[in-house]
Design a protein around this ligand. Structure first.
Ligand code: MG
Length: 166
């Protein structure tokens, strides 16, 4: 019982933080649709959204969201120690820890998540283009990878389920 309560608090916090940073589950569902529509021409946004919701209900995903957004916002406020402060605030490309955190999400539904993640990270459609817009003054060094990873994991889940249904 205590455990359930605790998980609810973490999930609520992760979802609230995502919303505060301008990311709604629907935005991630749009990324899933972008990734999967060529394989499933009749795919609807609702089905993408239900897969995103399942990924967001996973504790390891919620933990990554909370940790990543905490580091992003701390960097915005200049609260980190140097040299980490500059590395995260400028989204230094060789840092790589943001991507490592994202891989823990990508892996949840098997290795096809890697292909989806790589593709979406290169194309940066929809919400990913907003998160990579440096002119907003916000820091999304961790969040852009986490959002891409959730979309990749949800795409993998959707693809596995579609294959099983056939
Ligand atoms: Mg990043």
């Amino acid at each position: 019982m205590e455990q359930d309560k605790k998980m609810d608090t973490v999930e609520r916090a992760a979802r609230d933080k995502l919303a505060e940073r301008g990311v709604k589950p629907k935005h991630i569902a749009e990324l899933v649709l972008f990734l999967q529509k060529k394989y499933h021409p009749n795919l609807q946004l609702d089905e993408c959204l239900s897969n995103v919701e399942r990924v967001l209900s996973k504790r390891e995903v919620q933990n990554a969201i909370l940790t990543g957004i905490h580091l992003d916002t701390a960097a915005e406020k200049g609260l980190l120690d140097e040299p980490l402060q500059s590395i995260i605030a400028t989204d230094e490309s060789l840092y790589g820890v943001d991507e490592i955190m994202a891989f823990s999400i990508v892996n949840i539904y098997g290795s096809i998540g890697f292909t989806n993640y790589g593709y979406i990270d290169k194309e940066k459609p929809g919400i990913l283009s907003y998160l990579n817009d440096k002119s907003t003054g916000m820091c999304h060094t961790f969040l852009d990878d986490i959002v891409g990873a959730i979309a990749a994991a949800a795409s993998s889940r959707l693809a596995h389920r579609a294959r099983n249904a056939e």
